[in-house]
Design a protein around this ligand. Structure first.
Ligand code: CTP
Length: 454
């Protein structure tokens, strides 16, 4: 009996897939089809898969060509499957020609002519219009956004707006996109507005974008006051538009694995979360000179509060801030301490003080530890009372991570994701509320004597 194996995602099952399976089956007597998991596709940068694994398997099964369907979940699995299933022929479409020649030592490798003019990517583009993105702001984060946007199919960055037109022109020329002279030009060219401007300008830009019927992706912190957050979310709901707060960690696959493990019961009941993120900055940067809106908490607070609200929720009993200020009154270092009915948490961040950036989640049976950069989660460990037992977990983190946020945004827009569970609007509102409480405390501190003065 000749055994054949082939692999694929088989998303939005189409004629090309059908013909491939038909010819694969004809190569032998028994056909095994490997269907990729979503997690594996994510690791290889395929972020826009629409159909669930169950649907994709069902579609392969319905062709009647597969004698057996297996799951492909890791790189390197093809080699072991060939051994395990005693495969005679490995086959895939000609778009892969040469890529699997390394398997020729173990079985015959056949590249079948790819069916012309059809692919899952083409079908996705046909089903959902390409979302045109217009950027507001030309800072460092906007710079990082562009290469990440390229990695996600279904979106296209059209251009950029900055009230300082020269900055917009420079940025646009560097990245081969348009520079818009005013917001009307931006709105005419885009379906989605990505707001990457200074924190204090977010609120007005979000309001304006919604009023023009646009969806919004906004850098963290979304806004700096609870009432502003409530207002923009309610307005978005009224208008059937999405507001997506861009805390990239919230969308990163490793962070989700981490939340799942932390809540699995392995470490018992979670009683303490400590998150720290520090980044030393030159003293002349906006973050350390903008008296009103600079400082480390506004810059990094969203990151360190994220794991706390994801694990403990937003109903804390008590929140207190302690800061070390510079001579201008800006916080170089801030620690937020939160007390929950059954747990404690600290969120620490600094732009002028360096500390060990780590995330520690302590429970009644053990703890999870993630070293820096935990906000780009790719590896973490679970430890127990018995120091000899250490469980290690890893997950791919591609590029700068914004691609996960973008692909989740697209899924939300196309209504193929389960809502905003990765970062809910209640969580974004709670974060805005904490920003506001921080501001109030800072106002009070500035009225009295400064502490921790440089
Ligand atoms: N295939 C084919 N002809 C096509 C499309 C795909 O023969 N027009 C083959 C591929 O070469 C592969 C299998 O079908 O062997 C599964 O491919 P998959 O990557 O799932 O489909 P694509 O349509 O290529 O998906 P995408 O556009 O997302 O890359």
């Amino acid at each position: 009996m000749i055994k054949v194996v082939t692999y694929g995602t088989f998303d939005l099952f189409h004629e090309g897939h059908y013909r491939l399976l038909q010819r694969a089956k004809a190569l032998g007597d028994y056909l095994i089809v490997g269907v990729t998991t979503e997690a594996y596709d994510k690791t290889r940068g395929k972020l826009s898969v629409v159909d669930s694994l169950v649907t994709r398997i069902e579609n392969v099964r319905k062709t009647g060509f597969a004698d057996e369907i297996i799951i492909e979940e890791t790189a390197g699995q093809k080699f072991s499957d060939i051994k395990k299933y005693h495969i005679d022929i490995f086959t895939v479409g000609s778009d892969w020609t040469g890529k699997f020649d390394y398997l020729k030592d173990y079985c015959q490798v056949v590249y079948l002519e790819r069916t012309k003019n059809v692919s899952s990517t083409m079908l996705r583009a046909k089903k959902w219009h390409i979302q045109r993105i217009g950027i507001v702001g030309t800072g460092r984060i906007a710079e990082r956004f562009l290469p990440e946007a390229v990695a996600v199919s279904g979106i296209s960055v059209q251009g950029v707006y900055n009230p300082h037109q020269e900055s917009a022109r420079r940025f646009a020329a560097k990245h081969g996109i348009n520079a818009y002279a005013d917001m009307d030009e931006l709105y005419a060219a885009a379906d989605v507005i990505y707001i990457a401007s200074p924190h204090e300008t977010h609120y007005a830009y979000i309001q304006s974008a919604l009023a023009h019927g646009k969806h919004v992706i906004c850098e963290k912190p979304l806004v700096l006051e609870r009432a502003q957050a409530e207002e923009v979310f309610s307005e978005a709901k009224k208008r059937g538009r999405i507001i997506f707060e861009g805390i990239k960690t919230a969308y990163c696959p490793g962070f989700h694995k981490l939340l799942g493990i932390a809540c699995s019961g392995k470490i018992g009941n979670i009683r303490n979360v400590e998150a720290c993120f520090t980044k030393l900055e030159e003293t002349n940067v906006r973050e350390l000179t903008d008296i009103k809106y600079g400082g480390s908490f506004r810059e990094l607070g969203s990151y360190v509060l994220l794991p706390i609200i994801k694990l403990f929720g937003v109903d804390y009993a008590d929140l207190r801030f302690d800061s070390v200020l510079n001579e201008k009154g800006l916080d170089l270092f801030t620690r937020a301490t939160l007390r929950y009915p059954y747990g404690l948490a600290t969120a620490t961040c600094g732009l002028g003080v360096k500390s060990e950036g780590r995330l520690l989640i302590a429970g009644t049976k053990g703890y999870v530890i993630v070293e820096a950069p935990w906000w780009k989660t790719s590896y973490f460990e679970v430890h127990y009372e018995d120091a000899g037992i250490v469980e290690k977990y890893s997950e791919t983190f591609l590029g700068d991570g914004l691609r996960y946020e973008l692909s989740d945004f697209l899924a939300r827009m196309e209504d193929r994701d389960n809502g905003d569970f990765k970062l809910t609007c209640q969580e974004s509102i709670a974060l805005a509320d904490m920003m506001e409480q921080f501001q109030q405390q800072q106002n009070n501190a500035l009225k009295g004597s400064l502490y921790g003065k440089d």
